[in-house]
Structure formats: C-alpha cells, structure tokens
Design a protein around this ligand. Structure first.
Ligand SMILES: [Cu+2]
Length: 558
C-alpha cells in the first residue's frame, strides 16, 4: 500500500519530467515539418558498415551475430520501428536527433531490461543527443518492446523481434512439473526468461491447492518450487500476466477459487520472480468483476502493460460478459476500468492480443439446464482503445478451458475443451491479416486447464492440466520454431517504391529515403483487419446438444 503510493507518486513526477523535457525539446523550431526536413539530410550522413566493411542494411540482419541499425529521431520515431533479428544479433541505435532515449518496456513503462545510454537507471529515462550510439545484444528469443521516455505518448515506440535460440523444431517432451497439477496460469517472464506456473492444484479435492509458484528454467531445462507463498488458497483459475511498474516487472494475478469451493476471490497480488516475493494489493484494487464473490476471471491477456479480463464464470450459475481493464501504474481504486461487454457470455476463453486488438476464439459456456461446462466456437475481437467489439472468422472447432497465445503475429489456440472429442491436442492458428484459420503442429497429449505461454517468436511451453481421461497430469511439452517461422525477407536490389510505409506517419519516413532496398515489412505494420462493429458478431454455437451418454460428465469443479 505504502509502496504503491510511492510508485504512483514517482510515476507522476516522471510524467512531469517528461512533459518538461518535451516542452524544452519542442522549443527550437516548433514547426515539425521544417525540423524534419532539416534533419532528414542528417540521416543520409550516417554510413554504417558491418564488421566486414559492408554497408549495413537498416533493420535487417544478414546472418548470425549481425549488427542491425536503427535510427533514433530526428522526428518522434525509431526507423525502422520494428526489426526482426536472430538470437545473438545486436541492435545498434544511432541518434539522428536530440532529446531521445531507448528505454525497454511495454509502452510507456520501463522494465529495466535494457536502455540507453548504458543500461543504468532505465526507469529514469535518460535522454541522449545527436550522435549517441547505443547497442544491445539479444541473447534470448522474444518480442522486446521499447520506447522513448520523452515521446512515448507521441507514439515513439519500437519493437525488436528476436527469433531462434532453440532446437529441434517441433514439439518435444519436457521435464515433469514437480507435481501433477491443473488450473494453473502460465506466464512467460521475459526479464529472466523463465516460464511460471501460477496457482493451481494437484486434484479437485479441497486442500489440494498449490502454495508456491512453479518456475521452469528453459536454459537448465528444469523446474523449481519457489519460496514465495500465495496470500490465500484461492489460486485456481486465476488471470495472470506480466506487467511493469516504475522499472520493475511483476506477474500480477487476479481472482481465483479454492479446490472444491463455489466462491471466488476478487483480490489481486503480484509476484516478483527476481526477488521471489509476493505482495497483495490494497483491497481497493480488487477486481470489480467479482463483486458477487462467486465469479472467476474469464479469458485474459496483456496488452500495452494492461491486463484485460473478458467474461468470467459465476460458479455453477452462468458465464458472464463484462470486460475489465487493469492498469498497474495508477493509484489505489483507479486501476480498473470497465469496457464494453463481450458479445456472448464467455468463460475459460482463449484470448490473446495482436497489434492492439484482443482476440477470443473458442470459449467455455455454462449449460444452465444440465449445469455443465461446455465448449463453443464463440469468436470475436475487441479493440480496447475504441472500446468496440468486432467479428472474426470463428474457430473451426469448439473448445474452451484453454489459452490462446500470440506467436509471430498470429493467434494460437492450444488444445483444450471437455466435450468429446475434446480434450484436444489441436493447435488452431488464426491470422488476423487474412481473417482465416489453419492448424499447426498438434502437441502430443490432449489436455485442458493447463498453464501455457510463449516467448512470442520461438518457444511455447505447456504443462499439466487434465488429460483426456480427466485426470491431472504433470507432463510437459515444449514447442520450438528453430529457424523462426517468419524469417526476414531477403534484401532485394530492385527499387520498390510501392512498399507499405511504416506505421508512424512521420514526414521523415518516406519510401524514397531508402530506394535501394525493400524496407522490412513487419506484420505489426499491417493494420489489423478492421473489425466491423456494425455487423452482428457470429452467432454462437453453444453446443448445448447433449453428449453421447457413455461419458457422463461430472459437475464442474472450478
Ligand atoms: Cu524521443
């Protein structure tokens, strides 16, 4: 409580500092176009070569251990704003304007993973001037966001997609979770590269709830039980995600229930995996979606340093439709904002975020007649900024009680479901650009209610859950895209002036600037298919049809 107040106070003073910085920066020549013109010529004076003396193609690696260049400024942009590199490559940022920083973290909150000028005091957002050069070598695959501390709110943000670093390609078995376990939340924690199983339980019997986080270290290929202890036993079916506050990243977890219970908590806690400590937030920050005290979080995902919870399960009563947004950086009582309702009530819903849009595909529903959790093909998109719902092509199979992951700009819906033939091992892939579905490599053992997450480019982890017979298991499976499924396009000497300009509409970024190569066109540049809010969402197919009798389903055990 005390700490949170200090944090928000600091955030405020930081914001004030940035505002001052911006104002002073804007003083000389307030006319942006003029400034831009002036500094565009400066851009051409930067000639960078690689270790072999060859000109470096901006934003694109040409092999292993390469240096990739990004220009900082002079306008409020990084150029290119997105680079795709391989593990072991280095990004070299060169300042073509003054008063900017490279600060790692989800915009606009530092996470202290790297920052200019020297990786020190990242949260203070030190600004540097023209001519500054800052480099960072990326040793782990993943999606690394960064921003300028002075101009983040003006859209001065960038992304480094790092691929590779694992082998062999495809699914392989990993080491068992230290216990059989189900209903954990899986979180990949980028600052230390580990995968966490948060909460959960070893059986459906009361008292079987886990008391400590599980940590998987991909480098050591082993699991550990951490020392930090959960604040209570209502740790099943939590909504968890990595969020940063004032230079530190945490795993925030919301809600949950105890094994065998029909009530649910609204409390929020955060786990610091580096310090191995858990802190419960002020009750004033409890999730308002569970005012009833019986509602579990539905689908959840992180976008722009906010955790979103879509729908929920009013235990053994009904699925729910509220969407809530959690911002960890603001004061007690102000963190939660209610958004538009989901088009149909959803629970245990596969949810992920791609390029600013949140997607749901497949979700559990509650059959209020037979009092059963069932699978559906409910699918839709949600734009948190416009606060609108859009329609998407529905997932081709019914599922639920699983997660969706964002992997190289696509949505991966991981197995799940409980209505025959589920639980499944199928991986359904949604491409938001083409609004279409394909299937990926299935994992080995069908399951549901299991923790899973990804580094975003190369690896997916999943473990535990209920197997096809409904029994909690400990087995782990690991997916690797060794070469990276979306290799950078090869440089072409041909002049292609018709390229899609990068997303930031700053005057400096004109296609004519680099006529000799095809600029890296990244998926994030392409706008998501605009959801058509006017259209009704796809009609749900709730599969209320009774299942074949031979497999009687027990009363749900949330
Ligand atoms: Cu800046």
């Amino acid at each position: 409580m005390k700490r949170l107040s200090a944090v928000s106070g600091l955030a405020f003073s930081l914001a004030a500092t940035f505002a001052i910085v911006f104002l002073s920066q804007a003083e000389p020549g307030n006319k942006r176009p003029a400034t831009t013109q002036q500094k565009t010529s400066a851009k051409h004076e930067i000639h960078i070569t690689d270790q072999n003396g060859n000109p470096v193609v901006s934003g694109r690696p040409s092999g292993t251990g390469q240096i990739v260049d990004v220009q900082v400024g002079p306008a409020f942009a990084f150029d290119p704003s997105t680079v795709d590199i391989n593990v072991g490559d280095t990004v070299r940022w060169t300042w073509a304007g003054s008063g900017h920083s490279v600060t790692s973290g989800p915009p606009c909150e530092a996470d202290s993973q790297y920052c200019s000028p020297d990786d020190q005091a990242c949260a203070s957002g030190i600004l540097s001037n023209t001519g500054t050069v800052y480099t960072h070598t990326f040793d782990q695959p993943g999606v690394y966001d960064y921003f300028c501390a002075a101009h983040c709110t003006f859209g001065m943000i960038g992304t480094v997609n790092v691929s590779g670093g694992c082998a062999p390609s495809g699914w392989t078995a990993g080491p068992d979770l230290p216990s059989v376990g189900t209903r954990l939340a899986g979180v990949y924690f980028q600052p230390n590269g580990n995968f966490y199983g948060m909460g959960g339980r070893s059986s459906d019997v009361a008292g079987s709830d886990f008391t400590n986080p599980f940590e998987f270290d991909p480098g050591a290929n082993s699991w550990a039980i951490k020392s930090a202890t959960y604040p209570d036993n209502e740790v099943n079916n939590m909504a968890c995600g990595e969020l940063s506050v004032d230079g530190t990243s945490y795993i925030y977890c919301v809600g949950g229930s105890a094994a065998g219970a029909t009530t649910a908590t609204a409390r929020v806690f955060r786990y610091d995996p580096v310090a191995d400590t858990i802190e419960t937030l002020d009750p004033g920050d409890n999730w308002p979606g569970d005012i009833a005290g019986t509602i579990l979080p539905g689908g959840f995902t992180v976008l722009n340093n906010r955790l979103y919870i879509l729908g929920g399960f009013n235990i053994n009563v009904s699925a729910t439709s509220e969407i809530w947004e959690f911002d960890p950086t603001v004061g007690v009582g102000a963190k939660w904002t209610q958004k538009v309702d989901t088009p149909e009530a959803i629970m245990y819903a596969p949810t992920c975020a791609i390029d600013g849009t949140i997607y749901v595909a497949g979700a559990s529903d509650f059959d209020t007649v037979n009092l059963l959790v069932i699978d559906t093909t409910n699918s839709f998109s949600f734009d948190p900024v416009a606060n609108t719902i859009g329609s998407i092509a529905p997932i081709p199979r019914a599922t639920g009680e699983t997660r969706a992951l964002t992997f190289n700009g696509q949505m991966y819906v991981m197995g799940g479901g409980r209505v025959a033939p589920n639980p499944s091992n199928e991986v359904d892939i949604y491409d938001p650009v083409s609004n279409s579905w394909t299937t990926g490599d299935p994992f080995i053992n069908g399951r549901r209610n299991f923790p899973t997450d990804t580094d975003g480019t190369s690896r997916i982890w999943l473990v535990g859950g209920y197997d096809v017979t409904g029994v909690p298991v400990a087995s782990m499976e690991i997916f690797c895209a060794a070469g990276g499924p979306t290799p950078s396009p090869t440089p072409t000497p041909t002049v292609t002036p018709t390229v899609t300009p990068p997303v930031t509409p700053t005057p400096t970024v004109t296609p004519s600037v680099t006529p000799s190569v095809t600029p890296t066109v990244t998926p994030s540049v392409t706008p998501s298919p605009s959801p058509t809010p006017s259209e009704p969402p796809p009609s749900p197919t709730p599969r209320v049809t009774p299942r074949p009798r031979p497999t009687p389903f027990p009363r749900p055990t949330p």
